[in-house]
Every structure is written in structure tokens, then in C-alpha cells.
Design a protein around this ligand. Structure first.
Ligand code: ADP
Length: 274
């Protein structure tokens, strides 16, 4: 009987403990929600004035030839900063929406091969400015199996990783995109560069918001320090994983593993155009 009573008391104590612990968490959760809403609202509100500023600067730019040299330089700097702020507010909005569950994700079936090809081709133009060779080694069968997820988000993920690979490579470098199927249930996308590399002690922080190893260098390339946090959010939303390996002055490899929810053969007509 004593043993039974002790068990009952312990159970009661555990239930009461859980209730109080749960209640204690309520104000913390509310405060977090308010913070997320504030970030989402603030970035949303900043978008309109920043777009107005951008248009104003573009109007002034049309008369650039008539402006003194110093004014031309100041105007160019203003435009760069405005574009950076627009990118920053858009990225903040995306992260805040993801945090608060407000991000509307599309669930579409699409040809991953086509998506990877489209983004890689688009990035080749940017890479050519630095004489960087972007190579695609894709063993995904075209149109044969379809990936389920948000095609825009997936393009953005590839864009972020490729943009970084190009940004942190030296002139004349090589960036390789590898896409392959891992068995029947997973797809692996890997972006390799032979750039500056990342020190081992920084690797575990890379996906944190605003984390930049060399702030000046990142800023110089228009970086905000939010790209990899967004990449990680996209991968998480698609139930995948992202990993990085790197060696100083040898280069870095970012590998994304995504689950293939559907394997539909021969449905070419259903592909989403990216
Ligand atoms: P940023 O906008 O600064 O590029 P990211 O979140 O995309 O921000 O990346 C965070 C930091 O990780 C970068 O500032 C850079 O220091 C480092 N990094 C990301 N990708 C690479 C890469 N391919 N090679 C070397 N460093 C990288």
C-alpha cells in the first residue's frame, strides 16, 4: 500500500510540475512571438520607403553626366547601400515569417534536374565576371522523378550557396555543382569551391544569423550574413539536412540532403518551370 501511495504521489507531483512549468513558459513564448511579429512588421514596413528611395536615386542617376564627380560617387554609394538594405529587409522578413510559421510554402511536384540546371545557368553569367568556371555534374535523370517542395525556395537555396561559392573564390576559380540520387529516398546537392576556405573553429557558427567570418569582405561583396541562415531554414522546411566541410585556402563544400517524397516516372508534362 505504501509503495502504491508513493507512486501515486510521485505521479501527481510530476503532473503538477508539468502544469506549472507549462504556465511559466507562456509569457516567454508570448514575448518570443511578439519579437517575431515585430521583426516581420518592421521589415515589411521598411520595404516601401526603401523602394521609393531606390526609385529616387535611379531618377538622379539618369542625370549623372551633369553632376560633379563627387556627387556621382556619393550617388553610386547611396544606391549600393539602398540595394543592400532592401536585400537585408527582404531576408529578415523571410526569416521572421519562417519563425512565426507565417511563411507560405508551396507543395509542388517538379523536376529537380531542371531546377538545378536553371539556377546553375543563371549563375554562370555572374561567375563569368570573375572568370570563374561553373560546372554542373548532374546525374539526376531528367523528367524522370519529381521532387516535392517549394520550387522558388529551392532555387533560392541553390542561389545562396552558388553565390557564396563564387563570392569566396578567387578570379579564375572553379565551382562545381553535383546533383545525385542517394538510393530511392534522398537527393544530394553539393556545391564545391576552391576558394578561401573556412577556419574549423567557425564552421559550427556559419548558419547563425548575421554570422560573418570577415565582416569587411562580406560587406564588400554585398553580403548581409543572413544567406546561410535562410539556406538552413529552407532545408529544414523541406525535411533535409545541410552540412559543410572546408579547408583553408583549399575550398569549401556545402552538401544538402533532401528527402524525395515522390518518385513518379515519366511525368514530363507536370514539371514546374523555374
Ligand atoms: P554573407 O552574406 O556574408 O555571405 P552568409 O550567411 O551567406 O553571409 O555566409 C556567412 C559567412 O560564411 C560569410 O560571411 C563567409 O564568411 C562564410 N562563407 C559562406 N560561404 C562560404 C564559402 N563558400 N567559402 C568561404 N566562406 C564562406
Amino acid at each position: 500500500l505504501i509503495f502504491g501511495l508513493t507512486i501515486l504521489l510521485l505521479l501527481l507531483a510530476s503532473v503538477i510540475g508539468h502544469i506549472f512549468a507549462g504556465r511559466a513558459m507562456v509569457p516567454i513564448i508570448r514575448s518570443l512571438q511578439r519579437q517575431q511579429e515585430f521583426t516581420a512588421d518592421a521589415s515589411h514596413e521598411l520595404r516601401t520607403p526603401l523602394s521609393v528611395l531606390r526609385s529616387s536615386v535611379e531618377i538622379l542617376e539618369e542625370q549623372r553626366e551633369q553632376l560633379p564627380g563627387l556627387h556621382q560617387t556619393v550617388l553610386a554609394q547611396m544606391k549600393d547601400e539602398i540595394i543592400r538594405m532592401i536585400r537585408l529587409t527582404e531576408q529578415l522578413l523571410l526569416l521572421a515569417r519562417g519563425d512565426s510559421g507565417m511563411l507560405q510554402l508551396r507543395q509542388e511536384s517538379f523536376d529537380l534536374h531542371q531546377a538545378v540546371y536553371a539556377v546553375t545557368e543563371r549563375m554562370k553569367t555572374l561567375a563569368s565576371e570573375k572568370k570563374i568556371d561553373v560546372r554542373l555534374e548532374d546525374s539526376l535523370p531528367e523528367g524522370e522523378f519529381l521532387f516535392q517542395g517549394d520550387p522558388d525556395q529551392l532555387s533560392q537555396l541553390l542561389y545562396i550557396l552558388l553565390d557564396n561559392a563564387i563570392k569566396y573564390s578567387s578570379v579564375g576559380g572553379v565551382v562545381t555543382v553535383l546533383a545525385s540520387k542517394n538510393g530511392d529516398s534522398e537527393v544530394e546537392l553539393s556545391i564545391q569551391d576552391k576558394g578561401c576556405g573556412i577556419p574549423t573553429e567557425n564552421l559550427s557558427h556559419l548558419f547563425e544569423r548575421f554570422y560573418r567570418i570577415d565582416k569587411a569582405r562580406s560587406r564588400q561583396w554585398g553580403g548581409t550574413g543572413l544567406g546561410l541562415a535562410i539556406a538552413a531554414q529552407i532545408v529544414r522546411h523541406h525535411g533535409g539536412q545541410i552540412q559543410v566541410t572546408s579547408q583553408i585556402n583549399q575550398g569549401s563544400t556545402f552538401t544538402v540532403t533532401l528527402p524525395l517524397y515522390k518518385t513518379i516516372h515519366g511525368q514530363r508534362g507536370n514539371n514546374h518551370a523555374l
